[in-house]
Design a protein around this ligand. Structure first.
Ligand SMILES: *[C@@H]1O[C@H](CO)[C@@H](O)[C@H](O)[C@H]1NC(C)=O
Ligand SMILES: *[C@@H]1O[C@H](CO)[C@@H](O)[C@H](O)[C@H]1NC(C)=O
Ligand SMILES: *[C@@H]1O[C@H](CO)[C@@H](O)[C@H](O)[C@H]1NC(C)=O
Ligand SMILES: *[C@@H]1O[C@H](CO)[C@@H](O)[C@H](O)[C@H]1NC(C)=O
Ligand SMILES: *[C@@H]1O[C@H](CO)[C@@H](O)[C@H](O)[C@H]1NC(C)=O
Ligand SMILES: *[C@@H]1O[C@H](CO)[C@@H](O)[C@H](O)[C@H]1NC(C)=O
Ligand SMILES: *[C@@H]1O[C@H](CO)[C@@H](O)[C@H](O)[C@H]1NC(C)=O
Ligand SMILES: *[C@@H]1O[C@H](CO)[C@@H](O)[C@H](O)[C@H]1NC(C)=O
Ligand SMILES: *[C@@H]1O[C@H](CO)[C@@H](O)[C@H](O)[C@H]1NC(C)=O
Ligand SMILES: *[C@@H]1O[C@H](CO)[C@@H](O)[C@H](O)[C@H]1NC(C)=O
Ligand SMILES: *[C@@H]1O[C@H](CO)[C@@H](O)[C@H](O)[C@H]1NC(C)=O
Length: 467
């Protein structure tokens, strides 16, 4: 899951670096009155989504150290993957308001990266699911905004995963390996790339994607990854081609549901929708408390990765709702989403004045904009504990999923898209190293490292030498 390499090998946050970063940023126009219920024809979820998105961006985007990364990065996600997955959240807001809403298009479009740039973020072992989040987000962005560059990037990502990560031995009917140690097969990777292949098949008409879609699905069936009595989705496959007896993370079910919706759209077979619905009900029946509120299996000891799972589940439930041809099932799922919305607004929110009372967490130094509420914490039942971008994204995904079909946006703030600075690559010229440590610039990354005090920089080689 986590695989993150900063190009720098050593990074010291001296006063000089902070001063430099802060000096290039100026205050931007952030009028918090921008969101109103009227903008969305009084749709409650859309109104909250608007406010939550505003706070999300103001608090955590961009990261002060954006210039060090080969992908668009937020301040405070714990992994590369979340920076890709959030782009899908943002573009879904446009999609679910009939694209009459264009807020934050710069964040979405600014997230475009080619395969090479994304691979640069890795070392030494890529995990294919991390790439999968970008592939899915890029495909969705193309679907909503019609930008062919995003489609090309999504294809490149899928093709690379297939070339590098598909088990061609024929064992267990294939399957994607988790990473290039080639020693385990996790469901998330296979569910993601199933969903992506189905989308690419539909969007390009390239039958090769259709063939691969069927191969991935065959692997999932052959290994019983979707339990045929509980409809819970196992976390992975064993070397014996059976489902691992590990159930729980809601994103496995979520992305599988989205894959079913995408396969239905690609093939017209309603049996995929039926299966998707059963998988959704599997989670609703097994992972909700007595009031119907979703509780992640690891709660309250989830790692930062897992804090985003519930939102990914909700996001994919909406993809299913969008293709269901059954008003009863549609209403059932929409009402369940409404229940989650209500619980978050009543029990899991912090929107105090001053907002400093809300305990907001950052990873890369202070926010660029003024802090803003509302912020949310990880447990959808509440109470509020602390704000961070993982759980904020989760609730934002939920709100966007719960927007009533047919909702539009009207008014000038539908186009709100604040300026934010381009990443500033740091160099030795920024004097980033502490007293007594040589700064050493190296290629091809035009980046630098700080040498130990008992070393000095060989400028020609771009490496620290000495004891
Ligand atoms: C940020 O907050 C300060 C102090 O309250 C205020 O003066 C300033 O106008 C705010 N900046 C923006 C961009 O809202
Ligand atoms: C939204 O609610 C306001 C205040 O209750 C009302 O005046 C307005 O007509 C409503 N708009 C729509 C589209 O329902
Ligand atoms: C907007 O709504 C119309 C009418 O329901 C629909 O035909 C169209 O596909 C929608 N567009 C988007 C981008 O959702
Ligand atoms: C395929 O299965 C055989 C027999 O269990 C095993 O020896 C071989 O290493 C497997 N190949 C791969 C790529 O896992
Ligand atoms: C794919 O084929 C369908 C049906 O023939 C057609 O409507 C659609 O425009 C094609 N899409 C592309 C990208 O070629
Ligand atoms: C389905 O799940 C049940 C309960 O967890 C388990 O006992 C059963 O073995 C699973 N079935 C398969 C085919 O994995
Ligand atoms: C469920 O899966 C198990 C294991 O693959 C299989 O033996 C059983 O026949 C399946 N049951 C149904 C109802 O499909
Ligand atoms: C695979 O099956 C063998 C033989 O039944 C068993 O000993 C082994 O523990 C199984 N491995 C896994 C990963 O389930
Ligand atoms: C604020 O949140 C952090 C988690 O990010 C937690 O460790 C800390 O105890 C919280 N502080 C207060 C005052 O609640
Ligand atoms: C939303 O916009 C679409 C296309 O612009 C239009 O067809 C539809 O009637 C609008 N819906 C509402 C509720 O205004
Ligand atoms: C610096 O590195 C270059 C290239 O590796 C090497 O030729 C040169 O001798 C080194 N200079 C010193 C002072 O170590």
């Amino acid at each position: 899951m986590l695989c993150l390499r900063i190009v720098l090998t050593s990074l010291c946050w001296t006063a000089a670096v902070w001063a430099l970063l802060l000096s290039v940023w100026t205050d931007a126009d952030t009028d918090t009155s921008v969101c109103s219920p009227e903008m969305y024809g009084n749709d409650t979820a859309a109104y909250w989504a608007c406010r939550i998105q505003f706070a999300h961006q103001a608090n955590w985007f961009p990261s002060p150290i954006a210039g060090l990364f080969s992908y668009e990065i937020w301040n405070g996600y714990d992994g590369f993957w979340q920076n890709g997955a959030v782009l899908e959240t943002f573009v879904n807001f446009l999609a679910n308001t009939n694209a009459t809403h264009t807020r934050y298009t710069s964040v979405i479009k600014g997230g475009e990266r080619n395969l090479y740039s994304l691979l640069e973020a890795y070392g030494p072992y890529p995990s294919f699911d991390d790439m999968g989040w970008y592939g899915l987000a890029f495909a969705r962005i193309h679907e909503v905004l019609g930008d062919p560059q995003f489609l090309q990037d999504a294809e490149d990502i899928f093709d690379w995963c297939w070339r590098t990560g598909w088990d061609t031995s024929g064992n267990c009917s294939g399957g994607f390996w988790f990473d290039n140690r080639f020693d385990s097969k996790q469901t998330i990777t296979n569910a993601q790339l199933l969903q992506l292949s189905a989308k690419l098949y539909r969007m390009t008409n390239n039958t090769d994607y259709g063939k691969k879609m069927h191969q991935i699905y065959e692997f999932i069936v052959y290994n019983d990854l979707i339990n045929n009595s509980s409809y819970l989705v196992s976390d992975g496959a064993t070397a014996n081609c059976t489902a691992a007896d590990v159930y729980g993370p809601t994103y496995n079910s979520g992305v599988m549901i989205g894959a079913m919706a995408a396969m239905y759209k690609a093939t017209g077979f309603t049996s995929y929708n039926d299966l998707g619905y059963k998988i959704a009900i599997g989670i609703l029946e097994h992972y909700c408390n007595e009031n119907g509120i979703l509780v992640e299996y690891c709660n309250p000891n989830c790692n930062d990765d897992a804090l985003m799972y519930k939102g990914i589940f909700a996001r994919n439930v909406r993809y299913l709702i969008d293709v269901l041809d059954d008003p009863i099932r549609e209403d059932y799922l929409l009402n369940w989403l409404d229940l989650q919305v209500k619980s978050n607004i009543e029990h899991n929110i912090c929107d105090l004045n001053p907002l400093t009372k809300c305990n907001i967490s950052y990873k890369d130094g202070p926010a660029y904009y003024n802090k803003s509420g509302p912020v949310f914490s990880p447990d959808w039942r509440g109470p509020f504990t602390y704000g961070a971008p993982m759980q904020q994204t989760s609730v934002l995904d939920l709100m966007i999923a719960a927007i009533r079909p047919g909702t539009n946006c009207t008014g000038k703030y539908c186009n709100y898209d604040p300026y934010y600075p381009a990443p500033q690559p740091l160099t030795c010229g920024s004097r980033p190293c502490p007293e007594g440590e040589d700064c050493c610039e190296y290629s091809p990354y035009t980046s630098y490292t700080c040498c130990y005090t008992n070393q000095h920089c060989n400028q020609t080689a771009g490496i620290c030498v000495g004891n």
